[in-house]
Every structure is written in C-alpha cells, then in structure tokens.
Ligand binder design. Structure first.
Ligand SMILES: [Mn+2]
Length: 409
C-alpha cells in the first residue's frame, strides 16, 4: 500500500506476521534481494534465455524452501527497454511462481528498463502484492509491511538522473549532480528513523568496485556517484546497478550482483547469487548471501590442443559456456574439434606465442606464379588469423623490395 494509506499494511505481510508468531520464530521477516537480472541479454553473441529461466526457477524454489516473505528486485529486470519476447515470458513465469508462493514482490526500474513498460498494470498488480515502481513521479513512494517486530517501511526509488528529478522541482531548487538529485528524491518522503526502513535503489554508490571487463553497460563517470552516507537513516539499502555483489561501507548497504555471470572475468571474480536479509528489531538485521548454480557456468580454460581435448578437461568443462585459450601449435580444423568437445563454446583465443602449424599447401607449384606480397599476406593471415593492416603491409612491401633487390645483385 502507498504512504497515502498509512496504517494499512500489505495484506500478505499481515498473514506472514501471524504465521511467524504462531511458529514462535525469532526472525520477523526474510527478504531476498536480487538485482540486475538483465533478462534477454546476449552474451558473447549467444542468447542465454534458458540459463535465465532456470536460474529464476532456482530462486523461486529456494525462496519457498527458505520461507522467504518478500523478494526485492533492484532494477535492470530486462537488458533492453523493449525486451525480447522470451524475456517477458520468463519474467511472467517468475512472478506467477512467486505469487503462488504468497511472496510480496518489489520491482524498480534500472537504467536498462523502460519505466512505463515495466509498470504496465502496476495499480492492478499492487492488489496482488506485486509492487512495481517504473518511473520517478516526484515523490518517494513507501509500502508498509508488518511483522512480529512491528511496521517495516519499504521505500522504492526507480533509477533517477538529475533531469528526471528536475522535472518535478521548482526552478530555484533544480539540481545538477546525481548526489543532489538523490538527496532531493529522499527529501520528498517523511522517514521516521525510529522505525525500520528499507530503501530500494539503482544507482552508482561511491566506493563501489567494478570488475574489470564487467557486464555493466555505462561509463564510470564520477559525477554519477552518490555518497553512501545519504542513506544512513535506512536499516537496509537494497541496491542494483553494479554487477559484482558487494557491501558499501556497512554490511546493510548492498549490491546483490547479477544472478548469473555475464562475462568471463565476472565468472572468475564471484559466484552469482542473491542477498538474504533476516530482519528482527531495529538495528538487528542479519545479511547473508545465497549462491546459485547456473545451468551452464562460464569458464575460461587454457592449454594445448592435447590438454584441452583430455578427458579430465572435457568432463570438468563440457557443460560450461567456455572461452578456450589455445597454447602451442594449432591447425585450421581445431575449431571444429573445440566445438565438439565444448558444445557451449563462446569464444576461442590464441595465447601469446601460439602458432598455426606450418602446413605446406597442396598446390605448391602455384607459388611460382604468384606475387611475393600476395604470398606474404596469405602466410601472415594463416599464422595470425587476421589480415595485415596498412602499416604492416607497407613495412613488408619495403622489406620485400630490399630482399629481392639484394637477391638480384
Ligand atoms: Mn545492470
């Protein structure tokens, strides 16, 4: 329910509170915090829809098993404002599963989502305990939940920029930085620091650490940074935007991270999952992480062709979305072999110092009829799997001239 209906709690949370009291549990509420699903994302030119569908199934299963009351998804539900049809189908199925399990759901738009599209039918879904916040409309909205420890206020802030916030500010109060925009947005709500408050947001918080070659799709512009101390009045800050899971300054200001790895570097840095916040009285929140097992984990593997083809390697990584880094000598047909060993191969790279096997072409007689530059270019291409650039070509042209003029002398 919105702040306008102060004193009226989400019907589901009343039911949950009653159940907890009957169970004599000490935990008031269990909240799963997810972010950056990026449904429909294309990873290294491959769609990963099946992986995404399976990971959401796994999350729904874990939510039921762990008796989670509420799920927060802190933005970037979809990878694009107009998501792929299958992405919308996957999200629909996820919401249906959570609804069937009587879980309160909170969604905010990230910078990748279209606010108006995301909040389609939001007022109607609100009655089903699916709370969607797609666009900033000039006021920070609050939904009140209830557990055995009392009220819990969930403030949801969809992705904002200074421009979005300025649209609702009088001329003399316009802002120019993200930090001021954030401050102005928070100032639109009356937050009671004596009660328990949660903030859901999708912004770049100062101090966040980015994975080198991470899957975030934005320029790291210092002007976007928001000082985390602006959220000091909140007991838990459920963040999205940065794809590596991490806490900022205190354990209760947290980026959930993506539920799947979306780059090979991210796969080396973290196991995907979500955050679990267990709420008790004011100031007694416990945060832990729940790891997930993807259908096809991402992995970089390297070795000679003989090593990559070994049974041990194929058993360990045959099910993975693989980047193969080939060392030593390789032949043209090795590409097909790699695909056979690793059906989910996404990328092949050649280690420094690796080289194409030197194979004498069957039409050796034709060499005599071809120009030296043509032969050199072909040789270069076979060795390096790319064509020469102009600079290299010019260098070789001059070298060839020198060599052949010496031969003539
Ligand atoms: Mn994102």
């Amino acid at each position: 329910m919105n702040a306008g209906f102060a004193g009226i709690y989400s019907a589901l949370s009343i039911m949950h509170a009653f159940r907890d009291i009957m169970n004599h549990g000490e935990i008031g509420m269990k909240i799963a915090h997810l972010a950056d699903l990026h449904l429909g994302k294309i990873v290294n030119n491959y769609p990963v829809l099946e992986d995404q569908r399976r990971i959401l199934n796994q999350i729904a299963e874990k939510a039921v098993k762990k008796e989670i009351d509420t799920i927060i998804i802190a933005g970037d539900i979809y990878d694009r404002p107009y998501p792929a049809e299958e992405a919308a189908e996957i999200m629909n199925a996820f919401l249906r599963d959570l609804r069937a399990a009587d879980i309160d759901v909170f969604l905010i738009a990230g910078n990748h989502d279209s606010g108006p599209h995301l909040e389609f039918a939001a007022e109607i879904l609100e009655e089903m305990n699916i709370h969607i916040f797609g666009s900033w409309k000039g006021k920070l909205k609050c939904t009140d939940l209830l557990d055995r420890y009392g009220p819990l206020h969930v403030y949801c802030l969809p992705y904002i920029t200074p421009e979005k916030v300025n649209a609702y500010l009088p001329e003399e109060k316009k802002v120019s930085t993200f930090a001021d925009a954030f401050k102005a947005a928070l100032a639109t709500a009356e937050i009671d620091p004596r009660e328990r408050n949660i903030l859901v947001a999708h912004q770049f918080f100062e101090g966040a650490v980015l994975c080198e070659n991470g899957s975030e799709d934005f320029a790291d512009d210092k002007d976007d940074h928001i000082p985390p101390e602006l959220t000091d009045g909140f007991d838990y800050v459920a963040l999205g935007h940065i794809h590596t899971p991490q806490s900022i300054r205190r354990s209760t200001v947290r980026y959930a991270g993506t539920p799947l790895n979306y780059t090979f570097e991210e796969a080396e840095l973290f196991t995907p999952g979500f955050a679990l916040a267990e709420l008790r009285d004011k100031g007694q929140f416990r945060i832990s992480t729940i790891e997930l097992s993807p259908l096809h984990p991402m992995a970089s593997i390297h070795g000679t062709m003989a090593e990559l083809g070994s049974q041990k390697m194929r058993e360990a990584y045959g099910n993975c979305r693989v980047k193969a880094i080939v060392e030593g000598e390789y032949r043209e047909e090795d590409g097909d072999l790699l695909k056979e060993w690793y059906p989910y191969l996404m990328k092949t790279e050649y280690a420094e110092g690796s080289a194409a096997a030197f194979e004498v072409p069957p039409d050796i007689a034709s060499v005599k009829t071809r120009a030296p530059m043509e032969l050199l270019e072909e040789f270069y291409e076979k060795q390096n799997h790319r064509t020469m650039n102009e600079e290299q070509r010019e260098y070789l042209r001059q070298m060839a001239e020198t060599v052949f003029s010496e031969v003539k002398e």
